[in-house]
Design a protein around this ligand. Sequence first.
Ligand code: F6P
Length: 340
Amino acid sequence: MAVAVKRIGVLTSGGDAPGMNAAVRAVVRTALYMGIDVVGIRRGWSGLISGDVYRMDENSVNHIINRGGTILYTARSDEFRTEAGQKKAVATCKLMGIDGVVAIGGDGTFRGCLALARHGISVVGIPGTIDNDIGCTHYSIGYDSAANTAIEAIDRLRDTMQSHERCSVVEVMGHRAGNLAQYVGIATGATAVLVPEKKWDFKHDVAERIRNARLNGRTHFMVIVAEGAFNDDEIMKDPGSANKVADMIKEELGIDPRVTVLGHIQRGGAPNARDRVTATRMGYWAVDCLAAGKTNRVVCHRNGTICDMDMEEALMIPNALNEHEDTVLRAMTGGEFYEK
Ligand code: F6P
């Protein structure tokens, strides 16, 4: 069957996520399998602007399915937001004969794709971010591995919190999205979880829950705070949501919590089975789209299956927290029940 593209480029952009390498590998292997030339673009859109592009073959992606990070490096490019930057990127595509690009990243990466598409390059995006905050897809590569990293760390904290009968406040990543905090909160049996999307009241949502837990006989408490839980730009500029919550706990309850900021540890490490398999399937799907002559598509995972969606439509779908997870979390943490 004839394919619609001759040479495609693959790049990773935005924050890295475990499984990005598996996606790059799948793009390369699928392209070669379909008789399409493939080049790697280093450092996301910046590499396309500067022409930091190299030919990839079967061997360029050996032994990376199990590796965290991204062999293509990643970056956020301000220059690519400008018309001049986009023209330079298009010039690179012309010079190198790149007629399609697969970009692995988040919403910002997909917006970059649209800019390139306006200049006639075929584009397909693959969702890769530990935040799992891309509205069009129920799953983005890296989420499960990052959650498991956080869970392993929190389980360790729990051991020592239990021995010392303490309260722990743990900050997980999620500048604007609480998906990871909510998921990890369920998996670790947290006492309270604070996310940017839901209005929360310290006395009601933290202090009362710790008090109730204590009255029920528990002597250690685990509070999970998303990085951007305060949803306040001033505080976000000066990170430390967990420290702030710990101070409030000390002031209100007279106990002395210990703070742990998990930070970028959550972004590293080997991808787990779910991320390796999802990344491989999405990488295959992306190349299949380009080969079939499709453009402006985002590969999505919806209701258990892989599919693709128009990129502009996809970008209009806002991120949402999983409502059922929110409901069960409320039940598990002793929040109030109300009829829907
Ligand atoms: O990858 C997404 C994310 O982890 C956010 O949760 C976080 O706020 C942000 O990246 C931090 O990214 P960086 O430190 O690389 O700028």
